[in-house]
Design a protein around this ligand. Structure first.
Ligand SMILES: [Zn+2]
Ligand SMILES: [Zn+2]
Length: 257
């Protein structure tokens, strides 16, 4: 079994705890260390229980809590070699393991496979976490679904998936055209429509839980993202439980078996 709790997620901050077989890891530290510790405590965990922290990329909304979080103890950090150069200054006492897409790493009972995503960052990564034959996909901050991703994520029982923006809201947001182009471009973020398309390609009856994440507070709403995905899941007649991660509150443990 794998279980996970999204401590927070939106364009403004992201952190998730994932547990399997008694091993606990974090993905991203993009909220304050105080909030991370509070979220972990609500999960019945202490930061000393965390065996490793996996990073998707270096943007502020994914790393900002690291400096304070790493002050008290040396953390085991897992990220691309390029990203480590940025993180080392925030966490000089950390122990780094460099990740390569497709190269599997073992952290306690969790087997972790990093893969490439398409984002305007240095070697950004998505992940598949596996424990006892149960797999959880983690896909965020990617402008497109890249070649190989559907195959890698086919058959996952749990999926954390970015559903960043509603195209109409983005286009009418009054933002500069360059920024709109950046967000909706190849190196930007997944829209509600793209997230639904991806589920149409990999959705299957064994997909127990789907979490929509990284919702933009300005160019999307949890209601819009959830409604679009609900329609997609219903059309596919999938029994998948749908959740929406929020910035202001923690999404309680979700168990995938
Ligand atoms: Zn982000
Ligand atoms: Zn980003």
């Amino acid at each position: 079994m794998i279980r996970f709790s999204v401590l927070a997620s939106s364009s403004r901050g992201n952190a998730t705890v994932i547990s399997g077989g008694g091993t606990h890891v974090l993905v991203d530290t993009g909220i304050s260390a105080l909030r991370i510790r509070k979220g972990l405590a609500e999960c019945g965990l202490h930061d000393s229980d965390i065996s490793g922290v996996f990073f998707t990329h270096e943007h502020h909304d994914h790393v900002c809590g690291l400096g304070v979080l790493s002050k008290k103890r040396a953390l085991n950090l897992y990220c691309s070699r390029y990203l480590a150069r940025d993180l080392r200054s925030m966490a000089p006492n950390a122990l780094f393991t460099y990740l390569e897409p497709g190269q599997v790493v073992q952290v306690g009972a969790l087997t972790v496979t990093p893969f490439c995503v398409s984002h305007d960052a240095a070697d950004p990564l998505g992940y598949v976490f596996e424990c006892g034959g149960v797999r959880l996909g983690y896909v965020t901050d990617t402008g497109i679904i890249m070649r190989g991703m559907p195959e890698l994520l086919a058959g996952v029982q749990g999926l954390y998936l970015e559903s960043n923006y509603d195209l109409d809201m983005l286009e009418n947001s009054g933002r500069p055209p360059e920024l709109i182009g950046r967000i909706s471009g190849r190196w930007g973020h997944l829209s509600n429509t793209q997230a639904c398309e991806f589920i149409r390609s990999i959705g299957h009856p064994g997909l127990q839980h789907l979490v929509l994440a990284h919702i933009s507070p300005e160019c999307n709403t949890p209601a819009k993202a959830t409604a679009a995905m609900r329609t997609t899941l219903d059309a596919l007649q999938l029994p998948t439980r749908l959740h929406c991660a929020q910035m202001a509150s923690r999404l309680d443990w979700i168990e995938v078996q």
